[in-house]
Design a protein around this ligand. Structure first.
Ligand code: FAD
Length: 512
């Protein structure tokens, strides 16, 4: 039996893993988590995917309890600003495209829509909620989209059927702390100490991790949650890091926490705003905004990036310390080697665009539980796990490269060169299809990677990869039903805007 697990690292990855293992296996597994008080956590990671609710529901946690403790807010989607033309924006919402007579509303929009206007306003109701800063919940707590509320229980990403309409913004350190409380209450042994060495047996498997003050920690399975340094997986087990710099050049970020001048002016979305050499995020938490500029240091220096970010933020950021972060973009050749599994930044990171870090962690933990070994250490479990981890990261990589290939900006060297940078071959094929007709489940990246057809369509059409004509077949169809559906989307959006409170108003009621 494999019944003792040692987790090294107490960032979001470490505590999500500890709490999930306890929720899954309870006392059948002993879990020890050791974290350094000296090595700080990354301290960013504040936006999530809508599917993160599977994680919280699995743990049996109630949003109304944990969200206020994490200073959290709602995220209905991502608002992309200035990616094509200055002053333009479009949304990538958490909303699937409706289908009319066998064709998605986006297919119909290509035939019937006004191409001078962004397509998202006609095809999604979430865009109206975002523009009007609405909460996805009524004051009585009910969700605007009926039939989706209620707990999912112990379900996983693989069982996702419906598109839930929102994700969260939260203070990642506060969530890690909350999950630490959850974990230790359920028996996780928590040690605050530095791991100074990793001892390996004759096979090269980890036998113990040595700590500065708590002696040697032994276990069956060791989980590396040490962040970009990959202390166990890279330094001890020799995993090879494969950089994505050839296709995703952003390698640095500068982050700032900014008080909101008017607390009530809270957005229910993440913003991704194009800048001279990258883009900046704005993530509204209940009492402040998290912001940061993600850039490539081939084009600007950290000082120039900070100055450009501060200029964009104005006086609100005065006096706030900037956190400069070097990012390791890419993934290890393997996430699991011998008795060591890497989860979080120690395994992979593809830059913060589309907020995939916590999603990767959630997916890794769920799959680790599904592939949990016994003392035979069946290599098929390990290799299947590694294949899945590899695929999910590769799919997200392709999706992110699409953002830079599709962007129409050409006003700085960074954006001009974005078009000439290397493109994964499979993505080249998808881009060719997207400029002829919309991608579908058969033509997007073919393995699970967290993004569906609607996301690929929302990004291609939003950025400006727009087929010249609708699919020829649409011209042979009666457009009456599609016109009715466009009118319904508009009317439903307006009705929701009128009925729902502002996101701040609702959150204030649960933060009392
Ligand atoms: P870390 O937070 O770096 O934690 C590492 C832990 O290891 C720490 O506890 C440290 O003390 C410990 N440690 C290290 N060495 C030792 C040692 N020798 N002994 C003991 N302990 C040790 N993700 C999202 O989902 N959404 C976002 O919006 C988002 N934005 C991001 C923005 C930026 C700029 C970056 C860089 C990342 C972002 N991410 C985002 C990713 C997200 O931050 C991470 O996936 C998440 O925080 C997990 O980090 P981690 O736990 O792997 O590593």
């Amino acid at each position: 039996m494999i019944n003792s697990v040692v987790i090294v690292g107490g960032g979001t990855a470490g505590w999500m893993t500890a709490s999930y293992l306890k929720a899954a296996f309870a006392d059948r597994i002993q879990v020890t988590l050791v974290e350094s008080a000296r090595v700080s956590k990354i301290g960013v990671g504040e936006a999530t995917f809508s599917t993160v609710r599977h994680f919280f529901d699995f743990l049996g946690l109630d949003e109304a309890d944990w969200l206020p403790k994490a200073a959290g807010g709602y995220k209905l989607g991502i608002r992309f600003e200035n990616w094509s033309k200055p002053g333009e924006h479009f949304y990538h919402p958490f909303e699937r495209l409706r289908v009319v007579d066998g064709f998605s509303l986006a297919d119909w929009w290509l035939e019937l829509g006004d191409r001078r206007q962004p397509f998202d306003r006609d095809c999604f109701i979430t865009t109206a909620l975002c523009d009007n800063k609405r909460s996805p919940r009524m004051m009585d707590g009910s969700l605007f989209a009926s039939g989706l509320d209620g707990t999912l229980g112990k379900s996983t990403l693989a069982e996702q059927r419906n598109q839930f309409p929102y994700a969260y913004h939260f203070d990642a350190d506060a969530v890690a702390q909350y999950l630490a409380g959850y974990s230790t209450e359920r028996g996780v042994r928590h040690i605050v100490d530095d791991v100074t060495a990793v001892e390996q047996d004759e096979r090269g498997w980890i036998s113990t991790v040595r700590t500065a003050e708590h002696g040697d920690l032994t276990g069956d399975l060791f989980i590396d949650c040490t962040g970009f340094r990959g202390m166990l997986i890279n330094q001890a087990m020799g995993a090879k890091f494969e950089s994505f710099a050839d296709v995703l050049p952003n390698n640095r970020a500068v982050a700032l926490r900014v008080p909101r001048e008017d607390a009530t002016e809270m957005d229910p979305y993440t913003s991704a705003i194009a800048m001279n050499a990258g883009w900046r995020w704005n993530i509204p938490l209940f009492r402040r905004n998290g912001t940061g500029y993600v850039y490539s240091d081939e084009y600007i220096s950290p000082d120039e990036a900070e100055a450009e970010l501060r200029a964009a933020l104005g006086p609100a950021a005065d006096g706030q310390d900037a956190n400069h972060i070097r990012m390791r973009i890419g993934r290890n050749d393997r996430a699991w080697i011998g008795n060591c599994v890497a989860i979080g930044l120690s395994y992979a990171f593809v830059e913060p665009l589309e907020s995939t870090g916590i999603f990767f962690i959630q997916n890794s933990i769920e799959q680790l539980v599904k592939h949990f070994p016994d003392s035979s250490w069946d290599p098929k479990l390990t290799s299947d796990y590694n294949t899945r981890m590899h695929r999910v990261v590769e799919g997200v990589k392709e999706f992110l490269v699409l953002h830079y290939k599709g962007a129409q900006r050409e006003d700085t060297a960074y954006w001009k060169e974005a078009k000439d940078r290397k493109t994964p071959d499979a993505l080249l094929e998808r881009l060719a299809i997207a400029s002829s007709h919309l991608l579908d489940e058969e033509t997007i990246y073919p393995h699970y990677h967290g993004f569906e057809q609607y996301s690929w369509n929302a990004m291609s059409l939003g950025l400006g990869i727009i087929p010249e004509t609708a699919r020829p077949a649409v011209k042979h169809l009666d457009p009456a039903n599609a016109r009715r559906e466009f009118a319904k989307v508009k009317a439903e959006g307006e009705a929701m805007v009128a009925a729902l409170p502002s996101v701040y108003e609702y959150l204030a009621s649960i933060n009392d």
